[in-house]
Each structure stands twice: as structure tokens, then as C-alpha cells.
Design a protein around this ligand. Structure first.
Ligand code: GCB
Length: 554
């Protein structure tokens, strides 16, 4: 269903009352004041802000329509799948509501089997990116609120009984056994489930229980996945008429004291943070090519790790990370201050977390689920995030839980302690600090010492400074490439001395659009902390980090 969709921009939200989803025309009656046939089009996938100049700042509802012909096949079920719709979506098929979804960065789908007709069908989606005080994120963020059907939209046909979900990975604590489960969605008595990994001559058959579920654990001799050896196996899962193929890597990830162990061996995370912003053309990234460009720069830097901020990125990125060997930090948009006391906000954050984990729980690249970024100290917030930590562990007991925190206390003039009760619930601590940019001078880092209240691995998940590409000056002059280099030189010397230092993901790979960055001639609605500009020019600082990563290579 990708391609051109007809759209109606509806700033006052009249579409619900006027029943745009019915697709009426003036010929079918009444004073109809809309007409999809004669409307403009937007491309899907894609945000609307960068497709039409007049929609750059638009926040509100847009109605999308796509007509298509369909021929039902016997004994199949059909779903309409959305890779993502930012932020809130209501979906109608042939005038009937299929469902609604909140949260701008995770996939969802609705069954359409009984609503589809033989012949011409009309799918209408209202997408609304208005910010909400009770939303996740809430009203404030340092990234562009791109609206629209930003990822693929697909019509998916499956047999009546199909493989709904599965996990297959190394059993926890073992490198010689594989464990997991398969869940069937069934309309009749379930047939046996077969798992096949031809490359290692493995084929196993299991009988599902009365809920259509299979749980398994068996010996398997696999070549372990790592950034140096991103080995993926073709895995085939079948049951009855359904066959699912996936490419899966096997690796373990765990924490021992302040160390992170990948496949039982200490690993230092040479990372970079990035937004899901498209290089060159701007707007939301969604394609394989976008991912290749962004991760190409990460590889050029010498990274083995990417922090995908501040929301789940598209699946093309995660699959590419699996293929080329980049470890991934994946995050939900619990960002800055949100409505901690509101049960609906918690339910929404939980559903975004659940959808993120459900999509990517078979990707070896993903090692961290991040719950939040720079949230304020407040007991209600800590309870909220503790709840998310429990959810994440229940949904996926194999990966590590983290969060980017920025609450520090003073322990003397030059000593700071990462001091946040949330640290108790995490496996790995993320520290965001901007010494030399939002406070102090770059040189202050030479005396600064850090400690953490918790004896856990610590990742410096952000630091940075802004400079547009090509703006030069003295190392003490803010907004110049030289100043940015100066911040990195002092920061890198400082952070490598932090006890428990397990990795770093500076802010940020590429300049990105932000509605809060207004300095004319310098920012022009861009956060300029990128190592590369939005068109890929490498700033001097890129080579500073590259050199550091050569030194840190194990
Ligand atoms: C932060 C935020 C990030 C911002 C960055 C900045 O601490 O986590 O979203 O963009 O600082 O540039 O200020």
C-alpha cells in the first residue's frame, strides 16, 4: 500500500463529524464539502512536513485515502499493517472503523478479513500529530514532530492458522543451547510446529499446547554473532499452511559487576547517538538506503554500537545493524517531563515498550531496551519507570535494561555523582552530561571526577557541542568547529577515567531538525551537534572521535 495517497489537511478536525471516512461524493447526497478524488497526494512512507513546504510546521489531523482492488482468497486472513503513524491514527476500511493507535514509532495492525470486499476497497486513515500533555512524548522535545504515515503500510495475507510470534535465541547463560517459543494464532486445532536451521542440519518438531504455544530448548552448535562476526542463520518456522523465514543471529549479553560481556567476553561500546533523520533530503528516515548512509558513517567512525534515540527507529535500521554488526540501544520516547501520575500515560508507555520489544526481540544486534531519557527526579516518575523496567524484564528476560539519566549530586567542587534512584532498577546506567556546553568550559573537564552510586556498567550516553559545518574560529569561540573539537578532546580524556566506564555514545551523528534551535545563521531550526552536517559533510570533530575509537579498539 506504499505510494501516493490522496490527503486532506484538516486543521480544525472537521473530518470526524463530516465522516470523511465514508468517502461520500456530492453525487451520493448532501452538501459534501470534501473530495478525496480531487485532493492532493502525499507519498507513503513519508512525513508530510518535508513533502510540502506549507506543512513544515503543521501539527494536527491529516486524512489519507487509498483505493485498491482486492480479490479474497479462501482460507486466508488479511491484516492492514502500519510500520508507524505519528502520533495518533484512526483507521477505516470501506466506511467501517478498524481501530485506532497511539504512539508514533511502533508498528500496529488490524484484521480486515471480514471488512474487505471483492473488487474496489477504500482505506482511510486519519493521522494526527498534535502534541498532547498526556502523550508519550508529551509537549516538549528536541526533535521535529514529523507527522504522517512515516513507515510502510502493507496488506498482509496469512493462512487461517498462522505463526503470530516467536523468539529463538541462545538460552540464558548458555552458548550451546537454543531456547524460545512459538505462538500460533489459530482458528482450528493447531498442527505441529517445525523449526529448521538448515545450515547446521537442525530440524525440530513440537506439538503446541491448547493455547497454540510451543516452548523449547535444545542443543545447537552455532557460530556466535558479534560486531566482528555478524553471522545470521536462515531460520524457518512452519506450522500447517504457514511458513515464516527469518535471519537470526545468536549471541549472549550480560553484565558482570561494572562490565558488559558479549558472548562471555568484555566489550567496550564505541558508540554514537542518532536520530531517525534522513540524510540529505531531511525528514524522517525510513529506507534501507537511509540506514546504509547513517550506519556507513557510524562504521567509518569505528563504532560497534549505536544509540537509536529517542524512540524506536524503523526496522530497516535494526535489520541492517544485525547484518553489518552494530550493537543497538533502542529507546521509547519517555522523554523529559511527561504526565507521570496519569494511568493512561503509563498504559501508553507500556504499549509502546511492548510493541518495540515485540518487533525486535529476535534481533541479535539489540542489546539494550532503554526506558527513558533525562526524566526529572520525582517519586511518581521513579515508580512509573520501575514499572516499565518490570514490564521489559517480563517481556524479554534476556536483554539489558537501561535509561539515560542526568541527575547528579555534588561531592566536592570537582566531583559529581550520578545519583538517581532509577539506577537501582537498571542493568546499565546511561549518563548524559554537557560539561563545556550547557555549563562550564571545556577545560573544566580536566579536573572533573565522576562516580556512580551503583556498581554497574556506565555508558556516557550523551555529551557534545554545537557547530555548523564550516564555521571556524578560535577553540574558545562557541559555535565553531574548533570549539566542538575542544569539547571532545577534554571530554574524552575525562570520561575514559570514569570508574565502570563501559561505553560512550556522543551527541550526535548528524545535525537534525529541532523546533527549539532558533539561532539565525547558525542553527536555523537544526540542532548542530552533529559530527556530520545534514548533508553529510564531516566536521573536524568526526576525526577526533574516530581517533579515540582506534585507541579504544580491543
Ligand atoms: C539532551 C537530550 C537530547 C538533546 C540534547 C541537546 O540532553 O537528551 O535530546 O537534543 O541534549 O542537544 O541539548
Amino acid at each position: 500500500m506504499n505510494g501516493a495517497w490522496q490527503v486532506i489537511v484538516d486543521p480544525y478536525g472537521t473530518g470526524v463529524r463530516a465522516r470523511f471516512y465514508e468517502n461520500a461524493t456530492s453525487e451520493t447526497g448532501g452538501p459534501i464539502e470534501y473530495n478525496f478524488e480531487r485532493s492532493e497526494t502525499l507519498n507513503v512512507p513519508g512525513d508530510w512536513n518535508t513533502q510540502k513546504e506549507r506543512l513544515f510546521f503543521y501539527e494536527g489531523p491529516v486524512w489519507y485515502r487509498r483505493t485498491f482492488s482486492y480479490k479474497p482468497t479462501e482460507h486466508t486472513r488479511t491484516f492492514v499493517f502500519f510500520g508507524a503513524a505519528n502520533y495518533f491514527a484512526r483507521v477505516y476500511l470501506n466506511g467501517m472503523p478498524l481501530g485506532e493507535h497511539e504512539g508514533g514509532f511502533t508498528p500496529f495492525n488490524f484484521e480486515a478479513t471480514n471488512t474487505l470486499v471483492d473488487g474496489n476497497n477504500s482505506l482511510v486513515v486519519e493521522v494526527n500529530n498534535a502534541r498532547r500533555a498526556d502523550g508519550v512524548p508529551a509537549l516538549n522535545s528536541d526533535w521535529w514532530n514529523y507527522g504522517g504515515l512515516t513507515r510502510d503500510v502493507l496488506l498482509v495475507e496469512v493462512p487461517e492458522t498462522f505463526v503470530r510470534d516467536y523468539t529463538i535465541q541462545l538460552a540464558k547463560g548458555s552458548s550451546t543451547e537454543v531456547a524460545g517459543w512459538v505462538q500460533l494464532d489459530r482458528s482450528s486445532a493447531a498442527e505441529p510446529v517445525t523449526i529448521e536451521i538448515a545450515e547446521i542440519g537442525l530440524q525440530k518438531t513440537f506439538t503446541p499446547n491448547s493455547n497454540g504455544r510451543v516452548e523449547f530448548r535444545f542443543p545447537a552448535k552455532v557460530n556466535l554473532w558479534s560486531p566482528q562476526n555478524p553471522k545470521l542463520y536462515d531460520v524457518v518456522i512452519s506450522s500447517g499452511a504457514d511458513t515464516v523465514r527469518d535471519s537470526i543471529g545468536f549471541r549472549s549479553i550480560e553484565v558482570k559487576g561494572t562490565q558488559i560481556l558479549l558472548n562471555g567476553k568484555l566489550i567496550f561500546l564505541r558508540g554514537i547517538s542518532l536520530h531517525e533523520e534522513a540524510p540529505n533530503r531531511g525528514g524522517r528516515a525510513y529506507s534501507v538506503e537511509d540506514a546504509q548512509t547513517l550506519f556507513g558513517w557510524a562504521k567509518e567512525l569505528g563504532c560497534n554500537f549505536v544509540r537509536l534515540t529517542h524512540y524506536p527507529h524503523n526496522e530497516n535500521e535494526i535489520r541492517l545493524a544485525d547484518k553489518i554488526g552494530l550493537l543497538v540501544w533502542s529507546e521509547i520516547p519517555v522523554y523529559w517531563d511527561i504526565a507521570w501520575k496519569n494511568p493512561g500515560t503509563l498504559a501508553n508507555a507500556e504499549s509502546q515498550l511492548t510493541e518495540m520489544i515485540a518487533r525486535d526481540h529476535n534481533r541479535a544486534a539489540v542489546i539494550f531496551w532503554s526506558l527513558s531519557n533525562e526524566t526529572p527526579m520525582d517519586p511518581e516518575r521513579t515508580l512509573f519507570l520501575e514499572r516499565l523496567a518490570e514490564d521489559a524484564r517480563r517481556l524479554d528476560p534476556t536483554r539489558l535494561i537501561t535509561s539515560a539519566m542526568n541527575h547528579v549530586s555534588d561531592a566536592g567542587p570537582d566531583k559529581r555523582v550520578l545519583d538517581d534512584p532509577l539506577g537501582e532498577s537498571l542493568d546499565v546506567l546511561g549518563l548524559n552530561e554537557y560539561l563545556g556546553w550547557y555549563g562550564g568550559r571545556p577545560e573544566d573537564a580536566d579536573r572533573r571526577q565522576w562516580e556512580s552510586k551503583y556498581a554497574k556498567p556506565l555508558i556516557v550516553s550523551e555529551f557534545g557541542a554545537e557547530a555548523p559545518y564550516g564555521k571556524h574560529g578560535d577553540a574558545s569561540e562557541r559555535w565553531t568547529e574548533e570549539y566542538q573539537v575542544n569539547v571532545y578532546n577534554h571530554q574524552l580524556a575525562m570520561i575514559r577515567k570514569i570508574p565502570g566506564f563501559a561505553g560512550v555514545s556522543p551527541w550526535v551523528l548528524m545535525d537534525f531538525h529541532s523546533p527549539r534551535r532558533l539561532l539565525p545563521g547558525v542553527q536555523d531550526y537544526y540542532n548542530r551537534k552533529g559530527l556530520v552536517s545534514n548533508t553529510g559533510q564531516h566536521k573536524q570533530v568526526f576525526y577526533v572521535l574516530q581517533k579515540f575509537y582506534r585507541e579504544m579498539k580491543q
